[in-house]
Design a protein around this ligand. Structure first.
Ligand code: HEC
Length: 385
C-alpha cells in the first residue's frame, strides 16, 4: 500500500476505533455499575409495576433516576434506546486497522522470520483463522459448559494457549495484538450473536404481550459479564505496542496471561465496590502481582558481556544498515532518527530498549540484524555508561 495512504487510513481508523471503543466500554462500565448498585424501589407503586431495582445518580448538572424492570413494563416504552453500534463500530474499525497495518504490511509487522518463516499470505490466513476459531471455540464452550467457574478456568487456559500459539507464529508486537483481536472479536460477537438477539426476543415478547423466555436473557447476562472481565486484558494488548519490555520479554505470552489475570482481578474489585463492598485485599494482591512482574521483567545488566572496547566507528555502520534505512529523514517513524552519530548518541537508551534488551527493532527483523551485531551494540552501550 502507498505509505501516505496508509498513514491517512491509520489516523482516520485509529481515531474512529478509539472513540467508538470509549463509547462502548464507557456504556458497558456504566451499565455494570448501574446493575450492581440497584436497590429495591422505595415507592410501592414502582414495585407493583414490576420495577426490580432503582439507581439514583448525579451527573452533568442534574439527578438521574434509572429503574430496572423484572422482565417487562406494562407499556411498550417509546423510544427505546439500543446499545450496539458502539460495539460494531469498534470491531469494524479495529479490524480495518489490522488489515491496513498488519495484513498489507505483513512482512514487516506480522511476520518475524526468526520466530516462524511464514509467507505473507500464510501469516494473514493464520491470523484471520485464529480469530474465527477463537470465537467458535468460546461460543461452543459457553453453550456446553454450564458452570461459570469452570468456564473461567477453561477460558484462562485457552487464553494461555492462544498467547503461546501467537508468540510461536508472529512477531512479538503482533502476537500481543493478535490475542487482543481474538478476545475483542469474542466481545463484539457476544453483542452481535447473543446479547442483541436476546434483547430482540424480549422486545417482541413485549409487543405480543406475552411473558418473555428468560433463558436467552440469562445467557445475554452471562456474556455481558464475560465481556466485562475481558475489557481490561484487551485494552492492555491494544496499548502494549508501546512497551517493548513487555511484548519483547522472553516469555511474553506468560507475561500476558499474568497481566490478563491481574487486570481481571481489578474488575472484580470494582464490581464488588459497586455493590457496596470494599475489599482492599484485591488491589493489594494486584499491586504485589504488578511489582513481581516488574521485577521479573527487569533487564539483567550483569549478564552483559563487556569484552574488547567497542567504538562508535564500529556501531554507526551497523545502525546505518539495520536501522537508518527506516529511521532517517522527515518520515522517520515516531521521529526517531538514527542517521548521524549525534542522533545515535542521543538515542542510546531507546536503541538499547528496542534492539538489545528486546528484539522489537528492526520490526520483523526486516533488515536482517544478526545476533553478533546486537552483542556488539550491547557491549558498546555498556561501555559508554
Ligand atoms: C523496516 C523499518 C524499520 C527498521 C529497519 C527499524 N525500525 Fe525502528 N521503528 C519502525 C517503526 C514503523 C516504528 C514505529 C512503531 C510504532 O508504530 O509504534 C519504529 C519505532 C522505533 C523506536 C521508537 C519505539 C517507541 O515505541 O518509542 C525506536 C527507538 C526504534 N524504532 C529503534 C530502531 C533501531 C535501533 C533499529 C535498528 C536496530 C530500528 N528501529 C530499525 C521501523 C523500523
Amino acid at each position: 500500500m502507498d505509505p501516505y495512504l496508509r498513514d491517512v487510513l491509520d489516523v482516520l481508523l485509529r481515531m474512529l476505533h478509539v472513540v467508538a471503543g470509549i463509547a462502548w466500554i464507557g456504556a458497558s462500565f456504566y451499565f455494570v455499575r448501574l446493575d450492581l448498585a440497584l436497590r429495591a424501589p422505595k415507592r410501592r407503586e414502582d414495585a407493583e409495576a414490576g420495577v426490580a431495582g432503582e439507581f439514583w445518580g448525579v451527573h452533568g448538572g442534574g439527578l438521574y433516576h434509572s429503574q430496572k424492570y423484572r422482565l417487562t413494563p406494562a407499556e411498550m416504552p417509546e423510544p427505546l434506546h439500543w446499545f450496539k453500534w458502539e460495539a460494531y463500530t469498534t470491531w469494524l474499525s479495529g479490524f480495518a486497522l489490522m488489515v491496513v497495518l498488519y495484513y498489507f504490511d505483513a512482512e514487516v509487522r506480522l511476520v518475524d522470520t526468526g520466530t516462524a518463516d511464514l509467507e505473507q499470505w500464510q501469516a494473514v490466513a493464520l491470523s484471520v483463522g485464529g480469530i474465527a476459531v477463537a470465537w467458535i471455540v468460546y461460543d461452543v464452550l459457553c453453550r456446553t459448559v454450564r458452570s461459570q467457574f469452570a468456564l473461567a478456568v477453561l477460558g484462562t487456559a485457552l487464553v494461555a494457549l492462544a498467547a503461546w500459539g501467537a508468540s510461536e507464529l508472529f512477531s512479538p508486537r503482533a502476537a500481543y495484538l493478535q490475542v487482543g483481536v481474538m478476545l475483542g472479536t469474542i466481545m463484539a460477537a457476544n453483542v452481535f450473536f447473543v446479547i442483541i438477539p436476546a434483547h430482540r426476543k424480549l422486545v417482541s415478547a413485549m409487543e405480543e404481550k406475552r411473558e418473555p423466555d428468560p433463558a436467552p436473557l440469562l445467557e445475554a447476562k452471562n456474556r455481558s459479564v464475560h465481556n466485562n472481565y475481558l475489557t481490561l486484558p484487551v485494552l492492555f494488548t491494544m496499548l502494549a505496542g508501546h512497551f517493548a519490555f513487555v511484548f519483547g520479554a522472553d516469555e511474553a505470552w506468560l507475561v500476558f496471561v499474568v497481566i490478563a489475570l491481574l487486570t481481571a482481578l481489578v474488575r472484580v474489585f470494582f464490581n464488588r465496590w459497586h455493590t457496596g463492598r470494599r475489599e482492599w485485599w484485591i488491589p493489594a494482591v494486584a499491586a504485589v502481582g504488578v511489582l513481581a512482574l516488574a521485577l521479573w521483567l527487569q533487564p539483567d545488566d550483569e549478564a552483559r558481556d563487556v569484552g574488547a572496547p567497542v567504538s562508535i566507528d564500529q556501531i554507526q555502520p551497523i545502525v546505518a544498515e539495520r536501522c537508518a534505512t527506516c529511521h532517517s529523514g522527515i518520515a522517520a517513524p515516531l521521529g526517531v532518527r538514527l542517521g548521524t552519530r549525534e542522533e545515535i548518541l542521543t538515542r542510546v537508551d531507546d536503541i538499547e530498549r528496542q534492539a538489545v534488551l528486546t528484539e522489537a527493532m528492526p520490526p520483523g527483523n526486516a533488515t536482517g540484524m544478526t545476533e553478533s551485531e546486537r552483542e556488539l551494540l550491547a557491549a558498546w552501550i555498556a561501555q559508554s555508561r
